[in-house]
Design a protein. Sequence first.
Length: 202
Amino acid sequence: MISGQREPIVIKLYGNDLNILREKAHEVSDLISEIKTLVDVQVEPISEIPQVHIKIKKNTASRYGLKSGELLKVIYVAFNGLALSQKVLEGQKSFDLYLWLKNSNRNNLEVIKNILIDTPDGVRIPLGQLADVYESTGPNIINREKASRRIVILADAKKSDLSKSVEQAQKLLEEKLSLPEGYHIEFEGEYKIQKETNQRLI
């Protein structure tokens, strides 16, 4: 369970660039794997999946009297839906009525490019003329926490004394891990809960 705070040792790496986070997360994993008391070291799995990217041509859009925000709203509705009515009654059942693209069309570049956009002059322009629509790859998930992107490294300890293993890991990372400005690490999990509990008992 990657995201759980209940894992014995949870190392959270924070920063803005996902590629740097991945690189440094694996560096952390390699470093702490040298500690003999640590086992089951793993980095949060993030895989590349096909994605549709839409990049608005701001200059072209402005010539038609359109703002980027207005186009983004249309794109948002197409992929996330818009509630047209709070409740629609069908017999004894009621449900919300949403407008959005069919699932089968959400990855169809031609359909997306041909979505018609209303302009202030009443002319309808295909989205493909106002934005670059293309397929590329991207991460299947991007976790955010504390206003920053985040990736997690997990580990367990062979012995019941988590504190000693974490202290070794912290010292090793301080000595050997170099992080760019704006990137930092926090240790959480059962180790942190145990530490806070012991402090309260003192």
